[in-house]
Design a protein around this ligand. Structure first.
Ligand code: AP5
Length: 208
């Protein structure tokens, strides 16, 4: 199973990806998580940290290289879920070439749709447990008292606004790209997490 999750910031890609990856036994490949890990370990150049923290995109060649290396790892050979990649048409084209060179194909692209006014609340009140990576929400999924919480640098209101704007200018173009290729499944991302999961699973079943 090779899947892509696309959607604006706070749409629920990471939340849903964890459930789907457990179910299908495939790795969640999140370029956002990989970049944040590189930042934490001091491996991310200062100009890229600045870009990310402000809510902009890092250059295509940086993330394409990350993905090229990640999907060659043994756990990804028979499948993966790409969460947050591709985000631009050149990234999607590079992924297409990469998969073709390995004789692999994508099953489908799941686009999570959520109203803009909900996205801000979802992102600004998100907290992540530093130890487990578990995603919480101060209103919808309150963390346990012993969680070691982190508030992402790009989850402050002005940064989230910029991320939504960047999504609309740069990533939304991917939807017609994959629609034309017959790969796109739009899934309503509003509702209880479990309800959204059922919709995502139904969309994936169509692509098997
Ligand atoms: P990335 O980490 O990918 O961030 P994002 O795409 O902005 O997505 P988010 O992580 O904000 O949201 P999500 O959709 O995963 O939502 P979540 O499930 O957490 O990227 C970060 C940065 O890295 C980018 O800005 C860029 O700089 C760089 N980058 C990454 N990839 C790149 C690429 N390919 N090219 C260039 N640059 C790249 O949910 C959000 C909150 O809502 C949580 O609190 C959750 O508990 C809650 N929630 C989820 N679902 C529900 C629900 N159904 N009901 C109520 N609450 C819910």
């Amino acid at each position: 199973m090779r899947l892509i999750f696309v959607g604006p910031p706070g749409a629920g890609k990471g939340t849903q990806a964890k459930v789907i990856c457990d179910k299908y036994g495939i790795p969640q490949v999140s370029t956002g998580d990989m970049l944040r890990a590189a930042k934490k370990e001091g491996r991310l150049p200062a100009e890229l940290i600045q870009k990310m923290d402000a809510g902009g995109l890092v250059p295509d060649e940086v993330v394409i290289d990350l993905i090229r290396r990640r999907i060659e790892e043994p756990d990804a050979v028979s499948g993966f879920l790409l969460d947050g990649f591709p985000r631009t048409v050149p990234q999607a084209e590079a992924l297409g070439e990469l998969l073709a060179s390995k004789g692999q194909r994508l099953n489908g692209v799941i686009a999570l749709t959520v109203d803009k006014n909900l996205l801000m609340e979802r992102a600004v009140l998100r907290r992540t447990d530093k130890r487990t990576g578990q995603i919480y929400h101060l209103k919808y999924k309150p963390p346990p008292p012993d969680a070691d919480l982190e508030h992402r640098a790009d989850d402050h209101e002005d940064k989230v606004r910029n991320r939504i704007d960047v999504y609309e200018r740069m990533t939304a173009d991917l939807l017609p790209f994959y629609e034309k290729a017959g790969m796109l499944e739009r899934v309503d991302g509003v509702g209880e997490v479990a309800e959204v999961t059922q919709r995502v699973l139904a969309a994936i079943e169509k692509r098997k």
